[in-house]
Design a protein around this ligand. Structure first.
Ligand code: SF4
Length: 572
């Protein structure tokens, strides 16, 4: 039986359990290498430094979106495991208590040993089955035994909190399957277990139909093809790990955000004097302004200038810009202003045009901003996977003189479906005579439309509010450009880019733990968690943490609409 499962020439997991040294690479680390060799190098340095209690060369900073993705992954993983009631959780069973320290820790050698034992049994599905080949150790989400005649083969399933297959799913599967097969496992197929788009929860806690298995022949072929790269990838990763110096030849580019945001962006984009140690010094000499335009598809127009020998946007003659951006669309106008602002170092503003646009609004105006939460596995009946569910809004009322006339806000942290209470309060708070201003209004309008569809009796007033909404962003885009916006890290016309240009005294960076929409989602999960809920296994959320999260949410959403108030004042 063992011969059937483990090839004679591969390292027997039981022996591996005795002899194995600490594995050097995991699937995630190999993925880091695929994204960027420098990321792998930094990650390994970080781990080594932490073990020795030293400061790492670079601090990994994970965004709220990344954290939310991890949380979603855990939730989907738990739901997936419930699909196989007979499943054996290798991960859970491989935690041991250290005799010296009394601390619980995962023993990966023991995990490979348990995997081997349960695979011999050949009857029960395994969760987090652990395989090692050479210095690469992987854990398969689900292994399902499948009998073909007298032999048992295994289907390896990767569980993903996505609705469609992605390229990195293929490389994940290729890595897992390659290691398992090199260890001697007979796989008959690989599969992805993905979230079914549009899944709607009908009964709380019943996720039947949320996940769908994808194991078509195309997937098998793609994984087989990707496996051919494994030896090359492993060689490359090993060479990277052998480097004594950070491989700085890998400079920031598209790879930093694909397939996921790299946590070392802060480190790699920090301007330095070129030292290679962890100590960096800020660059003080003026740098050329890179040639970059707003909404320049594929950077084509910027490339035209670069090809013509331009290296600094400030040095490009106005006539050249005028020839390049000579259309009548918003984008052409914005880029003319962008180039002028960069060249002169001064704000470009068409105050009369902005005032004329503001004149057309019904004053006083109300500035509206929603915060929403989405769950990959919906928690409230009647909601769908990935649906944006509003739990908070802020509403500032502003007179034509610029004066603030009032502020209303709503935040539901009961942990119940917040939509009904929010919709009712919104209908009370919105004055039917006012223009309702939003920043990039398509989002606010979509949220209101969803509410109107959900609550038939509120449909009429909600659709009236929907029709009152207008967008403040185009008024800014058509009439204003600040030189700092040309080199903004985020989007050129994000409110977080525009606000510090127009009202330097208001800064998102001065807020608490919530400074963007992703962090607002995480704060909501803290603030609305039912008593006894855990942040991580064994870590309950304290009342003080819930209070703080609530406070931070109110401050963040309030600043979004206060920002619009200040922007309107600046345009006047
Ligand atoms: S930020 Fe970009 S360049 Fe730096 S390690 Fe990450 S992917 Fe590589």
């Amino acid at each position: 039986m063992a011969q059937q499962l483990w090839r004679a020439d591969s390292q027997h997991p039981q022996d591996a359990g005795r002899r194995m040294t600490t594995p050097h690479l995991s699937k995630s680390l190999l993925n880091n290498y695929r994204q960027c060799p420098r990321r792998l190098w930094l990650e390994m340095q970080d781990r080594a430094a932490r073990k020795k209690g030293l400061a790492p060369v670079a601090q990994a900073v994970y965004s709220a979106d990344t954290t939310k993705r991890f949380l979603d992954g855990h939730v989907i993983g738990r739901i997936a495991q419930a699909c196989w009631s007979e499943g054996v959780d290798i991960e859970k069973a491989s935690w041991i208590t250290d005799e010296d320290t009394g601390q619980r820790q995962r023993d990966l050698n023991y995990a490979t040993h348990l995997t081997y034992q349960w695979m011999q049994d050949q009857r029960r599905p395994l969760f987090e089955a652990t395989f090692q080949h050479q210095n690469l150790l992987v854990m398969a989400d689900v292994m399902v035994p499948r009998r073909h005649g007298h032999r048992v083969y295994w289907q390896m399933i990767e569980v993903k909190s996505s609705t469609t297959p992605k390229d990195y799913h293929i490389t994940d599967l290729a890595t897992q399957a390659w290691v398992a097969e090199q260890s001697g496992v007979d796989l008959d197929s690989v599969a992805l277990l993905l979230v079914n788009k549009g899944f709607e929860l009908h009964t709380a806690g019943d996720y039947t139909g949320l996940l769908g298995l994808h194991d078509d022949p195309d997937l098998q072929a793609q994984v087989r093809q990707a496996q051919q790269q494994m030896p090359t990838t492993l060689r490359g990763a090993a060479q990277t790990l052998a480097l004594r110096q950070e491989p700085r030849k890998h400079q920031p580019g598209d790879q930093c955000t694909s397939p996921f945001e790299c946590p070392y962006i802060g480190h790699c984009t920090e301007k330095t004097t070129g030292q290679t140690t962890g100590k960096t010094a800020k660059q003080t000499t003026p740098q050329p302004v890179p040639i970059r335009f707003y909404n320049d598809r594929g950077g084509a127009k910027a490339q035209t200038l670069i090809d013509a020998g331009h290296t600094d946007l400030r040095q490009v003659p106005p006539a050249t810009i005028a020839r390049l951006w000579n259309g009548s669309t918003d984008t052409h106008g914005v880029n003319q202003r962008l180039a002028q602002a960069v060249r002169t170092g001064r704000v470009v503003m068409d105050r009369a045009g902005a005032q004329a646009a503001l004149q057309t609004l019904s004053w006083p105006v109300q500035h509206l901003d929603f915060e929403t939460i989405s769950f990959i596995a919906p928690v409230w009946p009647g909601t769908q996977s990935g649906q944006h569910i509003p739990f908070q809004y802020s509403l500032h009322r502003q007179a034509q003189s610029g004066q603030v006339l009032g502020h209303a806000e709503f935040l539901d942290t009961t942990g119940q479906d917040p939509r009904r209470a929010l919709a009712e309060q919104l209908v009370k708070d919105i004055d039917p005579r006012c223009t309702v201003l939003a920043w990039n209004d398509s989002f606010e309008r979509a949220v209101i439309r969803d509410l109107a569809e959900q609550f038939a009796e509120l449909r009429k007033p909600l659709m009236r509010i929907h029709d009152q909404v207008q967008d403040l962003l185009p008024i800014v885009r058509r009439h204003y450009f600040h030189p700092n916006m040309a080199q903004a890290e985020g989007s050129t016309f994000s409110i977080k880019t525009v606000l510090p240009c127009m009202a330097a005294h208001l800064q998102y960076s001065q807020l608490g733990t919530v400074q963007n929409g992703g962090e607002a989602q995480l704060a909501y999960l803290l603030a609305a968690a039912p008593p006894g809920a855990e942040k991580e296994p064994g870590q309950t959320i304290t009342p003080a943490e819930r209070q703080q999260a609530r406070k931070d949410l109110l401050a963040y959403c309030g600043l979004d609409t206060e920002a619009m108030v200040e922007i309107v004042k600046s345009l006047k």
